[in-house]
Ligand binder design. Structure first.
Ligand SMILES: [Cu+2]
Length: 163
């Protein structure tokens, strides 16, 4: 009777050892999975007659060239519903820049007073027009982009996060 009891204890010991091993393997597999956000330095953005960009968030790699293609998909004329994309420096005063630019019709709604706030910009685009621009965000951080056509920047605004 004593012998039988001992055998049972040994057998249990082997089973529990086996399951312990499996659990530690599982933990290793999950901890190697990366949680980094998806980055791409090739960006596509669209604007429309509802005064909206189709995307408000991008994540790119800092210090590497970014290619951004912007398309105005609207059908309203440039004079009433033109759109551009202006990428501003980190820490730029977006409201000050946008307010001054909205008054700068003669320079296509880009204020020359705050030109140093600009990282990159497209032209003011009309119906179906598209432009591709290239630029590099040198430092990690958040960069705001807006459309500077009068009245648009509050609705047409987004963030490029460089990591
Ligand atoms: Cu616009």
């Amino acid at each position: 009777m004593k012998k039988l009891f001992l055998v049972t204890v040994v057998a249990l010991g082997i089973i529990s050892c086996g399951s312990d091993k499996k659990e530690s393997e599982k933990v290793e597999t999950t901890s190697t999975k990366s949680e980094e956000p998806k980055t791409s330095n090739v960006l596509e953005l669209k604007g429309n007659d509802d005064m909206k960009f189709d995307k408000s968030q991008f994540t790119v790699k800092a210090g590497q060239e970014v290619t951004l293609t912007f398309t105005n998909e609207g059908v309203l004329p440039l004079e009433t519903m033109g759109h551009n994309v202006v990428v501003l420096e980190k820490g730029a005063d977006v409201q000050t820049f946008a307010t001054a630019s909205a008054k700068a019709k003669e320079t296509n709604y880009i204020s020359e007073l705050y030109i140093t706030d600009i990282v990159a910009q497209t032209k003011l685009l009309g119906t179906g027009e598209s432009e591709t621009i290239k630029f590099t965000l040198k430092e990690p951080g958040e960069y705001t982009y807006i459309c500077t056509f009068p009245g648009h920047w509050i609705a047409m605004k987004g963030t490029i996060t460089a990591i």
